[in-house]
Design a protein around this ligand. Structure first.
Ligand code: CA
Length: 522
């Protein structure tokens, strides 16, 4: 029913455009990296790196300063972006296999006459649906000489993953049918852990040092137990493999693996021509530097990729009528609160970079403060394409914001929920509400709460939930939390949704063959 309505709409839209001689519908290039925090982009004020190509994108268009995910982890964010729905409605609260028979933005656009494609990371288990062309990594994929899967099977492509994904995106653009607008999702694997930069940037970044974040030495005083209990701490949980330490020679394979998979409590390094043993805080400071050298080295290739893709569009006369978007599936802790990874509803992990270049409508160098969430992406793509937004999508189109108009009834709060407990990092499940000024978080299994006043405590160091004089604010935020929870139809208050297993990635189509073996999670 919906599909035939859409088909009819597509025909009418095409006719209307043709008869009115209207400008052709815009192409959409959606570039998404994996775990790239906004505070590692110089357009967002990074203190630790420069990203010239992303900065140019921001200068040419709009930088969204308050774009957030509603469940800060890879597969759920991807499912939300495809469906315009929260995790509890799209079936992917953790690493569940995505049901590809459900409606997605790709299917709606394909039906409306767009040439659709996805290249790079997918990580939703099932095969991509709604794409005229797809070629994706199995599961997390590899940084070097990765395998890719497309409808014809699985094959290895030699080279560095970020460069290969960029090549595949350009190949899609080059081979697209000339008589259709395109929708391309270019999904980078980088800078996901295990942070393996290209040889060029590995060398360049190994010589750099970075300022420490203000909250690297956070002592978690006054906070709920969750942050103390989590296993995503730079000091305690980065393994020797993460830190790229060389195992001693002669270890048996199992022993070698155990050595690499555990965190060192001391490391011997060469400083100023002498050998030193690092322990305690000196070791944590060193681990932070090693982490940033590799993470930011990976980011630099992503920035180069954006430069290549935007350059290709401009050189081929597609710059004016293509909406280019850059985002990441969530944020990331870059030593903030002493952490790496994401998951928590704290700002560094919750915030997504979101840059949009749309020459036809968006003023250069503009900054958008409105609260925006990843369920908004699908409705935005649909409105750009002139396709009606289905009533069951939970986000709202960003097109008015891109045109410089903020609707009077724009949201002033949003709902968040994280499920993967204990997951790989012993992170407690929680839900919460963020407004323009405050955040309230409920770790429901422990019935512990945190509240932050972001106006005076943007680093979220002071949990004011128990402050007697703030109880009316607590009450208001709780009322808003439960209002939003109901509004987004999240009705199971205390459900413990455990992942059945990591879904990995789709396997080539072979009759009777079951999906791939387990992949590293997140
Ligand atoms: Ca991610």
């Amino acid at each position: 029913m919906k599909r035939s309505f859409l088909s009819a709409s597509a025909v009418l839209l095409t006719l209307a455009w043709t008869c009115l001689g209207a400008a052709p519908r815009p192409n959409i290039l959606f570039i998404m990296s994996d775990d790239h925090a906004a505070h590692a982009i110089s357009a967002y004020g990074s203190r630790i790196n420069r990203t010239p190509h992303l900065d140019r994108l921001a200068e040419a268009g709009m930088r969204f300063d308050n774009c957030f995910c509603v469940n800060s982890i890879c597969s759920p964010s991807r499912a939300t972006i495809l469906t315009g729905k929260y995790s509890h409605l799209n079936g992917v609260p953790t690493f569940n296999r995505f049901d590809g028979s459900q409606p997605t933005v790709a299917k709606y656009l394909q039906t409306a006459g767009y040439h659709t494609g996805i290249v790079g990371k997918w990580h939703l288990g099932s095969e991509p649906t709604g794409f005229d062309r797809w070629i994706v990594l199995p599961g997390q994929g590899l940084y070097y000489d990765p395998d890719f899967i497309d409808p014809d099977g699985r094959r290895k492509i030699p080279g560095y993953v970020t460069d290969i994904i960029t090549d595949l995106a350009i190949e899609f653009l080059r081979n697209r049918p000339a008589d259709k607008p395109f929708f391309l999702m270019c999904h980078h694997k980088a800078p996901h852990r295990a942070w393996e930069p290209s040889p060029k940037y590995r060398e360049e970044f190994s010589r750099k040092t970075f300022p420490e974040p203000a909250t690297l030495w956070d002592d978690y005083r006054g906070r709920a137990d969750a942050i103390r209990e989590c296993a995503q701490k730079v000091s305690q949980n980065l393994t020797r493999r993460d830190l790229k330490l060389e195992p001693p020679p002669g270890l048996a394979p199992a022993e070698r693996n155990r050595w690499l998979s555990t965190a060192p409590d001391e490391v011997e390094v060469e400083l100023d021509g002498a050998r030193h043993i690092l322990r305690g805080n000196a070791l944590t400071a060193w681990k932070y530097q090693r982490y940033m050298q590799d993470y930011l080295g990976c980011v630099q290739s992503v920035d180069d990729s954006v430069g290549r893709l935007v350059g290709w569009l401009d050189e081929h006369g597609l710059g004016t009528n293509t909406v280019v978007i850059y985002t990441s599936d969530q944020g990331f802790f870059l030593g903030d609160h002493g952490l790496y990874d994401k998951r928590f509803m704290y700002e560094e992990s919750l915030r997504m970079p979101f840059l949009v270049r749309w020459p036809a409508a968006t003023r250069p160098n503009s900054v958008q403060e409105a609260l925006v969430i990843n369920p908004d992406f699908a409705p935005t793509f649909l409105e750009l394409a002139g396709v009606p937004v289905p009533a069951d999508m939970q986000g709202r189109s960003l097109v008015p914001l891109l045109q410089g108009r903020q609707p009077a009834d724009w949201r002033t709060s949003f709902y968040y929920r994280y499920y993967h407990d204990p997951g790989d990092h012993n992170t407690r499940a929680h839900y919460g509400v963020r407004t323009q000024t405050h955040k309230l978080i409920h770790f429901w299994k422990q019935d512990q709460w945190e509240m932050y006043d972001l106006r005076v405590d943007p680093e979220e160091l002071r949990n004011v939930y128990h402050e007697p004089h703030l109880q009316s604010t607590v009450a208001k935020l709780k009322a808003e939390l439960y209002r939003l929870k109901q509004a987004v139809k999240d009705e199971d208050q205390f459900a413990d949704r455990q992942p059945p297993h990591d879904v990995g990635g789709p396997e080539p189509r072979q009759k009777g063959k079951q999906p791939a073996a387990k992949q590293p999670k997140a």
